[in-house]
Design a protein around this ligand. Structure first.
Ligand code: HEM
Length: 321
């Protein structure tokens, strides 16, 4: 009985390897000699724990680095879900290979993905206190100087999340859609962030970011024109009850990214940068005018909010904080 079970497995393996012209017996021999997988190898633990390279000896700098790294990992998880939605549930490897385990763009698929994304965002929002309360201001103001002109503003994954979520128009200055590549990059709303408060000129932080990521962000914007989250929502075949549920999730996601995360983040900037003398030292950027959601008014799904809600964007939530 047990052998029969093994024979069936073996048949399947032989078939799997023979379709690519490979010989299963060499792989089986390899199994005889290979070591067992360990936890530390599987998750690359040793490498992971060497990825923190503080620029100063202030212990709190490690908190700052690790929290940014944690955030980027959650951003990566969010992008994984957004990618799946954009591909209608097809699982496509980075080399373009379609694995053939396709799910369908359906109500339950979309709902589950959105719930996962919101769960990740909530963790980020709720944990932002690590930045706001969890570091000593004295240490922060010292080590932050050693990190210039680097800024979380240069997080490309954050921009990728935005591009996957909505049409370019909703991320652009004055809600314009533009045709040329140069226009796209210069019209993203964030091209007016990280500018010098006095002259309005781009800071080195911004120009370096654009130099590294412009072409990637432009091609993603074009690729997702008809495949972003909003377009997928319009495409999915669902009944009215289901539609209501998805709309509520989309609204929750919109609030999470564009109000709650942004406000938690803004709070950290206020705590450390305002009146600490560091404002000038960070290159004197326009962050106080740029970061608050009520000024940015970035809304992924403006169609889902009332006129009044859009007018009040980021204001009532600010009062609650
Ligand atoms: C004490 C903690 C933090 C402070 C004081 C801070 C400060 C700032 C400031 C002043 C800006 C505006 C751009 C500039 O002038 O450089 C900015 C932008 C930004 N930061 Fe942070 N930041 C902190 C933590 C983080 C963390 C943990 C992340 C996670 C990746 C992050 C991601 C971002 C992003 C994505 C932007 C652009 C936001 C937008 O365009 O609306 N920041 N930050």
């Amino acid at each position: 009985m047990r052998h029969k079970h093994l024979e069936e497995k073996l048949e399947k393996l032989i078939e799997k390897y023979s379709t690519t012209g490979q010989d299963i017996s060499s792989y089986l021999e390899g199994l005889l000699y290979s070591d067992y997988l360990s936890y530390w190898d599987y998750i690359n633990l040793d490498t992971l724990l060497t990825l923190q390279a503080p620029k100063t000896d202030f212990p709190d700098e490690n908190i700052f680095i690790i929290y940014h790294q944690i955030t980027e990992l959650y951003f990566k998880l969010i992008i994984e879900e957004l990618k799946q939605i954009s591909n209608n549930g097809k699982i496509i490897k980075d080399n373009g290979q379609d694995l053939g385990w396709n799910k369908k763009l359906s109500f339950s698929f979309l709902k589950e993905r959105l719930e996962r994304i919101i769960r990740y965002m909530k963790i980020l929002i709720n944990s932002f206190d690590i930045m706001i309360e969890g570091m000593t201001k004295q240490e922060f103001t010292k080590f932050r100087m050693s990190l210039l002109p680097g800024s979380g503003f240069q997080s490309a994954q954050f921009r990728i999340i935005e591009i996957y979520s909505t049409s370019f128009k909703n991320l652009s200055l004055n809600n314009k859609s533009t045709k040329t590549d140069k226009n796209i990059i210069e019209n993203f709303y964030w091209s007016k962030g990280a500018t010098e408060i006095d002259s309005g000129k781009k800071t080195y932080t911004l120009t370096q970011f654009q130099k590294k990521y412009s072409s990637q962000l432009i091609s993603l914007t074009k690729k997702l024109k008809k495949k972003n989250l909003w377009e997928k929502f319009k495409e999915v075949q669902i009944n009215n009850e289901e539609k209501k549920e998805i709309i509520n999730l989309l609204k929750e996601y919109d609030l999470c990214v564009n109000v709650k995360w942004k406000l938690a983040h803004f709070k950290s900037a206020v705590k450390y940068l305002k009146a600490s003398g560091i404002i000038k030292a960070t290159g004197g950027t326009n962050w106080q005018k740029y970061l608050p959601p009520r000024f940015q008014k970035i809304i992924f799904f403006p169609q889902l909010w009332t006129k009044e809600e859009k007018k009040e964007w980021g204001i009532s939530w600010l009062k609650k904080l």
